[in-house]
Design a protein. Structure first.
Length: 255
């Protein structure tokens, strides 16, 4: 047994030496965010509409969807959480931006142990997201709901960076999609999307969503039955397509 143990140790040391000699570049990682210093390898932005309350059933369903999104973030992929807020005075800032540092199954055991990887994944990535998910699903009613303006601001800020041109990009919008601002309001009717696209207000609010996969997590409001539904979703699909975006999925929230 001692001889077998010596052989195993020598083999492990030799493997580490060979790994280093092959010149495999180790990414420099920001300890606070878990992101590569040179930039994330994918970007997922979650834009959450807090301008109205969520029912208990909606909270559970939305939380389940957010958990699925978190689990699908690849190693060194970034996820940022933004609330929908006023953009008149400044560009919105994320509540949290973190990267998946790699699960126990994903890390190279020659670099770090599974226990250390699991602790890092929990402390840097999973737990902070859990805390923010709880926070953003708390009621925070507002007089306006500038959804369009926030999509524009976030798309320019997060997707406009030239260094992110070649990496996968996703935008998830959790909202009733009832736009309500000086530029456009859906509180009375949806309107014609093509007429809006031709308007000056659209030119002011449009963003660039080329190569961005978009997911709409759609909430129904009992007070807006005459506005929400198929025609409403169709309006948003047309608007997003006019900005070169592609809707990957529309999920109707229960409750």
């Amino acid at each position: 047994m001692p001889f077998v143990g010596i052989l195993f140790s020598l083999g492990l040391i030799g493997g580490i030496v060979l790994y280093n000699q092959l010149g495999v570049e180790r990414l420099k990682i920001d300890k606070l965010t878990g992101c590569p210093v040179k930039g994330p390898q994918s970007v997922t932005i979650i834009l959450i509409d807090q301008t109205d309350h969520f029912s208990p059933v909606q909270i559970v369903d939305i939380r389940n969807q957010l958990n699925k999104i978190r689990e699908d973030i690849p190693r060194y992929g970034m996820i940022s959480i933004y609330p929908i807020t006023s953009v008149r005075e400044k560009i919105p800032a994320p509540i949290l931006s973190v990267c998946n540092p790699g699960s126990e199954e994903e890390v190279n055991r020659l670099e770090e142990s599974g226990i250390r990887a699991r602790r890092k994944w929990t402390n840097v990535f999973s737990d902070p997201l859990d805390n923010v998910f709880d926070k953003v699903l708390m009621p925070n009613e507002a007089k306006t709901s500038p959804i369009f303006e926030n999509i524009q601001a976030v798309s320019i800020k997060e997707f406009g960076d030239h260094n992110r041109k070649e990496i996968p990009k996703s935008l998830v919008v959790v909202s009733d999609l009832l736009q309500h601002s000086n530029m456009l309001s859906h509180y009375k009717s949806v309107g014609d999307p093509d007429a809006f696209i031709r308007s000056k207000n659209f030119q002011r609010m449009r963003g660039e969503l080329r190569d961005v996969e978009i997911e709409l997590i759609y909430l129904f409001r009992n007070t807006r039955n005459s506005v929400q539904g198929h025609k409403h979703i169709k309006f948003w699909k047309r608007i997003i397509e006019s900005q070169n975006g592609r809707i990957r999925r529309v999920y109707n929230v229960s409750g």
